[in-house]
Design a protein around this ligand. Structure first.
Ligand code: DGL
Length: 247
């Protein structure tokens, strides 16, 4: 699940690693963006979405959304008896990658405020300077199916430039919508004279974690009816287009 199409950046990695599974993808786009919503509201939505999945036979749930993970994964784990896999902002690989000693984190306001991110930062960013910014307008762009062009570049530049100006050479993509803007992020970094900036997407690590969890729990990695069904709480147009683009 995700608040919208962002989770597809995680789903494409999951399906590449586990191609024989049966998947249900839920885009809660009637309530997108989650970034500014209260944790209580997000937890309520996640209870609804979890029940939706359980009614259709789901055996594990991936919160392909950093904001939802931050607000709801602990409650879900204590209320439901199936495994939940969530997102973790990739501060650790960024701290290992930086040569300048400065890393940037792009995420939603909810993720940056959340306890999960704060503890990851405390554990892995020792001795490294961390500069944070909300990717203002990034989620809205991706939800409209816009990944490049002048408007995307202008939007990306406004949040990325302060990180690069502060010396960040590794930038964490702490929201699952942001990897869809990767080409534009790279172009803007180049235009700003920082073509070597490394952007870190945690999706491949989340896919490996899911595989490990399924193995530990003895959940089969092959389904007699492999495939994907897509659901959304709002209009499905961008979801349909982007789902086709990751096929
Ligand atoms: N894709 C989401 C995330 O990873 C949520 C974006 C939003 O709805 O604000 O945080």
């Amino acid at each position: 699940m995700d608040s919208g199409v962002g989770g597809l950046s995680v789903f494409r990695e999951i399906r590449a690693l586990l191609p024989r599974e049966r998947y249900l993808y839920y885009a809660d786009n009637a309530h997108c963006p989650y970034g500014e919503k209260s944790p209580e509201f997000i937890r309520e939505r996640l209870r609804f979405i979890t029940r939706f999945f359980l009614e259709r036979g789901a055996q594990a749930v991936v919160l392909a959304c950093n904001t939802a993970t931050s607000a709801a994964i602990a409650t879900l784990r204590s209320n439901y008896d199936i495994p939940f896999v969530g997102m973790e902002p990739a501060v650790k690989p960024a701290a290992l990658n930086t040569r300048s000693g400065v890393i940037g984190v792009l995420a939603t306001a909810g993720t940056l405020r959340g306890g999960k991110y704060q503890s990851v930062k405390a554990n892995y960013a020792e001795g490294v300077q961390v500069i944070e910014r909300v990717g203002e307008g990034f989620v809205e762009l991706v939800e409209r199916g816009i990944a490049d062009g002048p408007v995307a570049e202008q939007t990306v530049r406004a949040s990325l430039a302060p990180l690069l100006d502060a010396g960040a050479d590794a930038v964490v993509l702490g929201c699952t919508h942001y990897p869809f803007l990767l080409e534009t992020l790279r172009k803007v970094a180049s235009d700003l004279g920082k073509p070597d900036t490394v952007f870190i997407d945690p999706a491949p690590a989340v896919a490996r974690r899911l595989q490990q969890v399924l193995r530990e729990q003895g959940i089969a990695e092959e389904d007699p009816r492999p495939g994907t069904e897509y659901f959304s709480s709002g209009p499905g147009e961008t979801l349909r287009k982007m789902a086709a683009s990751i096929e």
